[in-house]
Structures are given as C-alpha cells and as structure tokens.
Write a protein that binds this ligand. Structure first.
Ligand code: NAP
Length: 259
C-alpha cells in the first residue's frame, strides 16, 4: 500500500522511554512522517500522540506476549502499511551474581521478543511486496562476552546474528528489505539508571539523531558514535587469554549528602 500524502510511515516499538522515545519525538516533530508507536506503558505513548494526533498511531504491545505479532500487524493495518520498522525495546542489567530472574527477563525480551517482532515485520514486507527497512537497536555490548552483563552481551550478539540471517533470507527470497543494525555505546537513559557511573555517556537525543541519519542512509551497521567505534576495534584485538582477565566494571556513583 502507498502512504497517504506522500508521507513515509515508521513504526517504533519501545517508544515509551529512552532512545525510542527520543526517536519517536524527533520523527513526529519533523512533520514528514506518519509515526506508529508501541510499548507496554500506553500512558506515555498517549503523551507522544498529543504532539500530532493526526499523524501518530499507538498500540500497547508487550513484545514477550503471545499476541505481540498480531498487535503489530493491527498497527500496520491501521496505518495503511509501513515503510520502516524500528525496534528499540530491550532490557538489561549488570548481573555479576547471575540472578536467574534477571537472566530470564533479558532473554525473554532481547531474544524471544526481539525475534517475534523482527519476524512479524519481515513477514509484512514479504507479503506486501513493497520495499522496506527493518532497523533494530542492538548494542556494542555484543562485541565480546562481558562478565558482569553475561545475558545482556550474549543477547545483543544474538541480535546481530539474527539480523545477518534475515538479510540473507531476504536476499534468497527476493524480499526488498534493507536491514540496519544500530549499535550505541553508553546512552543516558533509564536503562543505565542503576547507581553506577558510566563513562562517555551520550544523550538520548544525540543518539536518536545519529540513528535517524543511519536509517536515512540505509546503513547496514552503525556504531554510535566514533569513539565507541574505536573502543570496539580495540576490544576485538584483545586476545581471549587477556580478555578473560579483564575485570570490566563501572564505578558506583558518589552520593553526596548534605550534613
Ligand atoms: N542506554 C544504553 O546505554 C544503551 C546502549 C546500547 C544499546 N541500548 C539499547 O537501546 C534500546 C533502548 O534502550 P534504552 O536505553 O532507551 O532503555 P529504556 O529507556 O529502558 O527503554 C526501553 C524501552 O523498551 C521497552 N520495553 C522493554 N520491555 C518491553 C516489552 N516486554 N515489550 C515492549 N516494550 C518493552 C520499554 O517500554 P515499556 O516498558 O513501556 O514496555 C521502553 O520503551 C535497548 O534495546 C537497549 O538494549 C541501550
């Protein structure tokens, strides 16, 4: 289906907070997109919809739930189709004690939920036969296994690999869909609001601008930003026997109390 008024249509899942919320705000305020937004916290989505009620569509989606794909399809139908699918939903925590609840939630969200959403978006482009783009925010954390964030780093690596597989599948099935893997470093969002001090944090707005550029240029992989690209390059060069000895950790934030 062709978009109305020549406007392109983007659906952002995970738009209620952090990077996804900044992206949704920027796409809405650009005035040139119809924007579908989804997440579990619908009150936050409604606040975004109020920015441009005639161009913004909302859906309450828990990407780990069995009805997630159906709800995404309903949102696509409401918008009369989709040109870009952008998945920002994700979770992760430092977990050096390997708390099983944290590991399970991370895997449910970043592997199961991720897969269901990417597959649903791919299924749409395949059946619609229209050109499209699937973009997902993964992370530089997928570069190597990180001891204090084992499930987070491993699930992000899964996401990289899954996107590569979907790209190959699209090629062999003649589905005209571009794949974009967006890999930020540390970004100042509620995800990192855990009392630790993360160095070189980027703002969500800066990250969202860089992501919009990467999507517009249909980049296959975009590391955000350049200093993190250098860091990732160095990480890759470290031999495994050295990597296993690296005690990667973040400093706790200093809490200053008034006397
Ligand atoms: N912050 C960083 O330093 C950083 C760095 C690299 C990559 N990333 C990645 O960037 C993405 C966005 O993270 P963020 O930093 O913006 O974190 P955030 O502020 O915590 O936002 C996470 C988003 O994911 C959604 N979400 C979580 N579980 C969901 C579920 N079951 N169903 C639907 N939506 C769900 C949340 O919406 P609801 O809770 O309303 O459902 C929220 O909109 C994640 O994939 C994260 O791994 C973040």
């Amino acid at each position: 289906m062709k978009p109305q008024n020549g406007m392109k249509r983007i659906i952002i899942v995970g738009a209620s907070s952090g990077i996804g919320q900044s992206l949704a705000t920027q796409y809405i305020l650009s005035g040139t997109w119809q924007v579908g937004i989804a997440a579990r916290r619908s009150d936050r989505l409604e606040a975004l919809r109020n920015l441009a009620p005639d161009r913004v569509y909302t859906a309450t989606i828990d990407i780990t739930a069995d009805d997630a794909a159906t709800r995404l399809s309903q949102l696509i139908a409401t918008m009369g189709g989709m040109d870009v699918f952008l998945l920002s939903s994700g979770t992760g925590k430092q977990n050096p004690s390997l708390n099983p609840d944290i590991e399970r939630l991370t895997i449910d969200t970043n592997v199961k939920g991720f897969t269901m959403m990417i597959d649903a978006a791919y299924g749409y482009f395949k059946s619609a036969g229209t050109p499209g783009q699937i973009a997902a925010i993964t992370s530089i954390a997928g570069t190597r296994g990180i001891g204090i964030a084992a499930s987070y780093s491993a699930t992000k690596r899964y996401q990289w690999c899954y996107l590569t597989a979907i790209e190959q599948l699209a090629h062999t099935q003649h589905v005209d869909v571009a794949i974009t893997d967006l890999r930020p470093g540390f970004v100042s969002t509620p995800l990192l609001d855990d009392g630790n001090n993360y160095p070189f944090k980027l703002s969500a707005d800066y990250t969202a601008r860089a992501i919009r550029r990467a999507i517009a240029h249909r980049r296959r992989v975009a590391i955000i930003n350049r200093p993190y690209a250098v860091l990732v390059f160095i990480w890759r060069l470290i031999p495994r026997c050295v990597w296993k000895r690296l005690a990667l950790k973040t400093a706790k934030k200093q809490i200053v109390k008034n006397q």
